[in-house]
Structures are given as structure tokens and as C-alpha cells.
Ligand binder design. Structure first.
Ligand code: HXC
Length: 507
């Protein structure tokens, strides 16, 4: 009986982490504790913990006197809506969640199990970084985690939640995972902090400005989403998880759906305005074709000229990439190419079909784009589409000009179904620009007349359709039905690329 009691006592002690006072301090910052976060993330009662009694082995600086059970990280597995997931959650109340040799080993253990058993890993980061007292042993622990992030990439989905400090080399573990979510005002990520920035570059900047959620979702694009508090971030992570397959050999989950596949949306017939220069909201199209109008947007605050995220069609996950005419007229540029390329590659790695909605007048011109390397960055998206072997369905709603036409999942990049609305203009460039080149030096009246002729002849989907580059010109109102049927017909798609060690994507 005593031994049972001892187990209970030891468990209670471990669950207390750094003690009541530090838990209160954590709460006073608006943060939940490591265990509270796991409780909200996982289905009730589903958490199975590993290594609750693991303690560090450091004997320097009197550390042998202080060996808290669990060593600053809670690890284990559980379920989200019944589907398995491995989790680690750093406990800031125990030595600031700092990473020791044994702390790192705990994380590695669940990552190895996740890869072995084919289930995603969700890491909750809240840590002061390397455990200073352990020195290089702590760096080694990080290195071991990094290697597993790399090995697991493309095998099981990896999601990082940043819910406190994440600084120095520590940022590179989340950076190698598939999605990063941050909490506004209580999390930050930077390679070097504000003090170092001040010393080296004379910049005066707060931690929030340098590496807070707003910075990383709007400026750097390091993070994929930002939430108001821990509770919202955890709830939204559950929502994302439901879209994802458990590993790269499984199909994405199919959910019961209550939305008619044949649903007709008459309003889509008037979505594209009569004037080709008037913008419209591409998000409306996404919401109107998705099951139950549910769209999980990724990187909503960054490069808003392209939309990326997940929907379901007939209950199955589909990744969506869509030009947004409301921002920069939907032009492709460095940021939007990088954003969409990474998204397409995630989808392809995890067998998630890709739907592409196109209204793109071309690549954004100018020195800032060229000096910034738009050639290499634009090539990322082109490359990502061309190497993706998942089912690819494309709908052109309006403009599809020039190189951007080819990039946006055209037939030439082995898209499976390429549809165009009757409002499409698929051409080498806009009518005026084309006429000015062909009829260089002619009078303004002549150019205007020739532009009108060019428009009538080429600003439509039929020239491309005549050549078979468009499989079918479809009615906007039947878009949901057409793409659902297209994806349904592609469920057993199999294609192969020639053997290679790995590709050499233009990084
Ligand atoms: C050991 C640490 C620690 C660390 C915090 N603590 N960071 N212990 N190693 N890295 C302990 C504190 O001593 C304190 O213990 C408790 O955690 C809470 O810390 P506070 O400072 O009281 O909290 P707060 O004021 O919220 O400040 C948080 C903080 C600060 C900004 C993270 O603690 C801090 O600057 N820590 C050092 C960060 C750092 O330099 N890390 C190493 C970076 S190098 P008590 O007992 O008082 O509760 C690195 C390299 C990784 O990470 C490389 C990978 C390749």
C-alpha cells in the first residue's frame, strides 16, 4: 500500500513542476502551464505520459541538489478527435523550460516513436533555451532534436506552438517543422535578442517588435498564424490537425459532410466584374466551393496577394492556392511565390490534392523584386507545382498571363484538370502591352483599334481550349460540382518521377 502511495506522491510532485509560486507567475503572464496546454490540446483523458520521473544528470554548479522530476518538459501521446498524436510541452516553471541533455532525450524519444508509428508531432515551446549549467551537453541535445526534425520532415506532420520565449539556436527546431503558430504578446522568436541587436547594430527594439507574433506573421513569414491567447491557439491547432493525414503513407482523413456535392452557386456567375481591372474577393469563391464554407487559412497576414489553406471537398482535405485580385491585382512576387511554394510542397509531401484558382496578371515588376531575386523565388513555385504528383485541379477565373499562367498549375506542369470560366483571358500578356509591341511606332488611334482587335481575338479562354491547354470551359455556378467530380476521378492517381537522390529546388 505504501508503495502505491509513494507512486501517487511522486506523480503529484512531478505534476506540480516548479511549484505553486512559479505556476502562479506563469498564469499572471496570461500563460497556461505545460500540462494545462496538453489537457486543452488533446481529447479529454487521452494523454499517456512518458518519462515523468526523468531527472537531469548535471553535477556542476550544485545542480545535483535540484533534480526536479520530468526535467522541464512533459512528453507523451494522446488523441485529437480520436486520431493519434505525439506531444511535448516545455514547462517554463522548471528552470525556465531550459533544455538539458535529458530534456532533449525526452523530446527525441517521442519523435522517434512518432516516426516509427506514423503519427504527427506537436511541440509546445516555452523555454529559456539551452540550460546554461549544462553547456555543450545542452547544445548536443538541441542538435539531436534538429536532426529528428529533418528526418521526420515529409514523414509525419510537425506542428510547433510558440507559447513563450524561443530564442537563439532554439528557433531552428520550430523553423524546420511544417507549421508554426504563435500567441500574441506572450511569445517571441529571434536568433539574437534585443540586447545583442542594440550592441551590434545600434537598433533599439523591443522583444515583441523584434520577434513577436505580429512580426513573424506579417513581416518575416516565419510563423503561419497568430492567436490571441493559449486557449485559442490550442483550439485552432486541433482544427488544423483534423485536416492533416497522420503520415506520408496515409490519405488525409475523410469526414462526414452535409453539403451537397452538386450545389449550384448562381452568385458565382457575377463574381468577376465586367471591367477587367476591377478587383473582387477570391476568398468568396473558396468559401462558396468548400464543404460547409470551411476554409482554414495558412499565413493569412502575409503576402495577401495569394491565399493558401485547406478546405474539404466531399469530406476530403484539399489544399487551395489562389491569386487574390484584391491585393497587388493578384500579381505574383517574391513573398507570394515563397508562401505558395512551401504550401504546395507540404501538400505534395502528405498526399493532399491541390486546387489552384487563377487570376494573375503576371509577376510584379521593379528593382526591389529583381534585386530580391524574384527569378529564384518565382521558380520555387513553378518547381513546386511541377514536381507535385498529387491530384492537381486548376480553375482560371479571369487573367492568366505570361509566365505566371504557366506557373499557376497549368497543363504544362502536369495539372490533371484545367478548367476556365468564360470570363478567362489566357494570353501571353495584356492586350494593350501586346499591341504596343507588335505595332510599335503606330499612332495612338491605330494602337487603340488594334488593342480592341487583340482583345476580341485573344482575351478569352477559347484559344487555349482549342489547343487542349484547357480541358473544359465551365459555368462559374457549377464550379463546386465540377471540381468535386474531378478530384473524385483522381483518387487512384499514380505517377512517377525518375529516380533521384533528391531534387535541387532553387532555394
Ligand atoms: C537555466 C534558466 C534558463 C536557462 C531561464 N532559467 N533560462 N535556467 N538555463 N537558459 C531559469 C531562471 O534562472 C529562473 O529560475 C527561471 O528559469 C525563470 O527565469 P526568469 O529569468 O525568472 O524568467 P523571465 O523573467 O520570464 O525571463 C525569461 C528569459 C530569461 C527571458 C528566458 O530567463 C533569460 O534571459 N534566460 C536566459 C536565456 C538564455 O540566454 N538562454 C541561452 C541562450 S543560448 P528560478 O529558479 O529563479 O525560477 C541557446 C542556444 C541554443 O539557447 C542553441 C541550440 C543549437
Amino acid at each position: 500500500m505504501d508503495i502505491l502511495q509513494e507512486l501517487e506522491d511522486r506523480r503529484a510532485d512531478a505534476r506540480l513542476g516548479g511549484g505553486e509560486k512559479r505556476i502562479a507567475a506563469q498564469h499572471s503572464k496570461g500563460k497556461l502551464t505545460a500540462r494545462e496546454r496538453i489537457d486543452l490540446l488533446l481529447d479529454e483523458g487521452s494523454f499517456e505520459e512518458f518519462d515523468m520521473f526523468v531527472a537531469h544528470r548535471c553535477t556542476d554548479f550544485g545542480m545535483e541538489q535540484d533534480r526536479p522530476a520530468g526535467d522541464g518538459v512533459v512528453t507523451g501521446w494522446g488523441t485529437i478527435n480520436g486520431r493519434m498524436v505525439y506531444v511535448f510541452s516545455q514547462d517554463f516553471t522548471v528552470m525556465g523550460g531550459s533544455v538539458s541533455e535529458t530534456h532533449g532525450k525526452k523530446i527525441c524519444k517521442i519523435m522517434d516513436l512518432a516516426m516509427q508509428n506514423g503519427a504527427p508531432v506537436i511541440g509546445i515551446n516555452d523555454s529559456g533555451g539551452a540550460r546554461i549549467q549544462e553547456g555543450v551537453a545542452s547544445l548536443a541535445a538541441y542538435g539531436d532534436v534538429f536532426q529528428r526534425n529533418i528526418t521526420a520532415s515529409g514523414v509525419v506532420p510537425q506542428i510547433s506552438l510558440i507559447m513563450g520565449p524561443c530564442a537563439g539556436g532554439a528557433v531552428y527546431s520550430p523553423a524546420m517543422t511544417d507549421f508554426i503558430f504563435m500567441v500574441k504578446e506572450s511569445s517571441y522568436m529571434f536568433v539574437t535578442g534585443p540586447d545583442v541587436a542594440k550592441t551590434v547594430t545600434n537598433e533599439i527594439v523591443t522583444a515583441e517588435e523584434l520577434g513577436g507574433a505580429t512580426t513573424h506573421t506579417r513581416k518575416s513569414s516565419v510563423a503561419d498564424g497568430a492567436f490571441e491567447n493559449d486557449v485559442e491557439a490550442l483550439a485552432e491547432t486541433r482544427r488544423l490537425f483534423d485536416f492533416l493525414p497522420l503520415n506520408n503513407r496515409e490519405q488525409p482523413p475523410v469526414r462526414p459532410f452535409f453539403d451537397d456535392v452538386n450545389r449550384i452557386e448562381e452568385s458565382l456567375d457575377t463574381l468577376v466584374p465586367a471591367n477587367p481591372n476591377t478587383p473582387y474577393d477570391m476568398k468568396e469563391l473558396i468559401l462558396k466551393i468548400a464543404d460547409e464554407g470551411d476554409f482554414y487559412e495558412i499565413q493569412a497576414e502575409f503576402a495577401k496577394n495569394i491565399l493558401t489553406g485547406f478546405i474539404r471537398l466531399e469530406g476530403s482535405t484539399v489544399g487551395v492556392v489562389a491569386n487574390q485580385p484584391m491585393v497587388l491585382a493578384g500579381c505574383l512576387d517574391i513573398d507570394s511565390s515563397r508562401k505558395a511554394a512551401r504550401f504546395v510542397r507540404f501538400c505534395d509531401a502528405f498526399e493532399i490534392p491541390v486546387l489552384t484558382l487563377v487570376d494573375v496578371p503576371g509577376f510584379l515588376p521593379g528593382t526591389s523584386q529583381e534585386y530580391g531575386g524574384v527569378i529564384k523565388h518565382g521558380a520555387k513555385l513553378l518547381y513546386a507545382y511541377g514536381e507535385a504528383t498529387v491530384p492537381k485541379v486548376t480553375v482560371i477565373t479571369r487573367k492568366a498571363y505570361g509566365g505566371a499562367y504557366v506557373v499557376m498549375a497549368s497543363k504544362h506542369l502536369q495539372a490533371d484538370f484545367n478548367y476556365a470560366w468564360p470570363t478567362s483571358e489566357i494570353a501571353v500578356m495584356g492586350a494593350k502591352g501586346a499591341t504596343e509591341i507588335i505595332h510599335r511606332g503606330k499612332s495612338a488611334e491605330e494602337i487603340a483599334a488594334r488593342t480592341a482587335e487583340y482583345e476580341a481575338r485573344f482575351a478569352n479562354p477559347f484559344v487555349a481550349a482549342e489547343k487542349g491547354f484547357i480541358d473544359e470551359v465551365i459555368m462559374p455556378h457549377s464550379t463546386r460540382k465540377r471540381i468535386c467530380r474531378a478530384f473524385a476521378s483522381l483518387r487512384s492517381k499514380k505517377t512517377q518521377m525518375p529516380w533521384k537522390k533528391h531534387d535541387n529546388i532553387p532555394l
